[in-house]
Ligand binder design. Structure first.
Ligand SMILES: Cc1ncc(COP(=O)(O)O)c(C=O)c1O
Length: 234
């Protein structure tokens, strides 16, 4: 469900108004901004955690470009790599065996763009750009994120359900889906297809975890896992 911020605010106001008749403890900070999906509802939880969850980064930390020289993702601190793998193991939402790479980026948005490049860069730029599709209703930022760099290698091609071009393509499979929460699988299923699994919401606070996701390319993000959207870590 997507509703505008104004509507969400006025809906809350009407709840608060009716609270006069039947008093509740609802307060105005219970507004959820559906327009942007800003996960600030976790803020009060982290405040309660207080010092237990405070991180101090000393001035001499993180000086080198290379946190893990020789690793595929050379700027990923080994501690963070281990913590990410451990979290997935505890939750049981993704296969993170040693033969899998963990790559961090500036949120899942940057990783999405990096993956589009990685999947399309071996194609001859003189041929048509690779089509990028997702089954409607899809996350409203995919078209913009795909077109943002004006790449000649790939282009947004809309709803996967109506995609009928032959040849190579990229399908984004979002599960649980934004905006409707549906559990999704690929819908095009033709030769030449490459899949990006956007698992931003595959965490137990959003959906039952029914098994370890085991896809070639899986996107997760701190924005939805812990609510730290401003940290820009995906
Ligand atoms: C399905 C989905 N993928 C990715 C993102 C963006 O994640 P990030 O903040 O890590 O760029 C969002 C944010 O709303 C989302 O809903």
């Amino acid at each position: 469900m997507v509703v505008g911020f104004e509507k969400a605010v006025s809906a809350t106001k009407s709840v608060v108004t009716s609270a006069k008749k039947a008093p509740t403890t609802l307060s105005s900070d219970r507004v959820i901004n559906f327009a942007r999906g800003d996960p600030t509802m976790y803020e009060s939880y982290w405040r309660q955690m207080g010092e237990k969850c405070t991180i101090v980064i000393s001035g001499h930390n993180l000086m080198s470009y290379f946190s893990n020289a020789g690793h595929f993702c050379w700027f990923l601190m080994p501690e963070l790599d281990r913590a990410i793998r451990r979290l997935h193991c505890v939750v049981g939402n993704a296969v993170v065996d040693d033969d899998r790479y963990v790559v961090v980026g500036n949120g899942s948005t940057q990783l999405f763009q990096a993956v589009l490049y990685a999947l399309s860069s071996s194609y001859d730029p003189d041929t048509e750009p690779l089509s990028v599709v997702a089954a409607a209703p899809f996350y409203s930022s995919y078209p913009e994120e795909t077109e943002f760099l004006r790449s000649g290698l790939y282009k947004w091609a809309g709803d996967a359900y109506s995609f009928d071009k032959d040849g190579a393509y990229i399908e984004v499979v979002t599960s649980p889906n934004n905006p409707d929460g549906a559990i999704r699988e690929a819908v095009v299923n033709r030769d030449g297809g490459k899949l990006i699994h956007d698992l931003a919401y595959y965490w137990p606070q959003y959906t039952p975890i029914t098994g370890k996701a085991d896809n070639d390319i899986m996107l997760f993000t701190f924005s939805k896992a812990t609510g730290h959207a401003g940290s820009r870590i995906g």
